[in-house]
Write a protein that binds this ligand. Structure first.
Ligand code: PNS
Length: 182
């Protein structure tokens, strides 16, 4: 099964990575697809987000990263996908996600939306929350990969004790489990 995981990913968080990893477990291929949305003013360009996601998922062999314009179903059909992956964090997500799934079903009956319940430790996490914390100088290293945290702080021109700007290692692209379970 080929699944598309569509979204804004501005930026990718450990919550997104959790869905990607779990999707990659039961799908043959997962394509993380960044929407090119001219109506939004993102923190990162699409190209920056693609690079961030590629670095974050480079240890997952059946995960690809791409961008698309227009309808998600059209892109999914072009890729030969049969499923759309979406994460559900809380009841508040449900209404919008269900509406989107129903809308997409009217556009393509062949495409199923598969909802994955977000892991407990990420149930509060969103890209917006990360940006809000960073804007006020708070710590985000436990919410996004280290290289993403560094890019966010650079954007907000903040000084923060994330370590020197070095090429991240594979281990650094993973959530710091020690902090998550504290
Ligand atoms: O990460 P997001 O912002 O919650 O992702 C929303 C996204 C990109 C999945 C959704 O806005 C989308 O699919 N947009 C493409 C346009 C589309 O297909 N619209 C019809 C379904 S509502």
């Amino acid at each position: 099964m080929i699944a598309i995981y569509p979204g804004s990913f501005d930026p990718i968080t450990f919550g997104h990575l959790d869905i990607i990893k779990r999707g990659a477990h039961f799908c043959d291929r997962v394509i993380v697809a960044v929407l090119r949305n001219p109506n939004k003013t993102p923190l990162f360009t699409v190209e920056e987000r693609l690079a961030q996601i590629r670095l974050t998922t480079r240890h997952l062999p059946n995960v690809e990263v791409d961008s698309f314009e227009g309808l998600t179903v059209t892109y999914a059909q072009r890729q030969g996908a049969t499923a759309l992956l979406r994460g559900l964090r809380a009841v508040s997500d449900f209404e919008m996600e269900l509406q989107m799934a129903h809308t997409n079903k009217t556009l393509s009956t062949q495409l199923e939306t598969v909802f994955l319940a977000t892991s407990n430790e990420y149930s509060f996490l969103s890209s917006s929350v990360v940006k809000e914390i960073a804007r006020f100088g708070g710590p985000i290293d436990h919410l996004v990969p280290k290289h993403v945290a560094e890019s966010i702080y650079r954007c907000y021109a903040k000084t923060h004790p994330v370590s020197a700007l070095t090429e991240p290692t594979l281990a650094e692209a993973e959530p710091p489990t020690r902090m998550l379970h504290e």
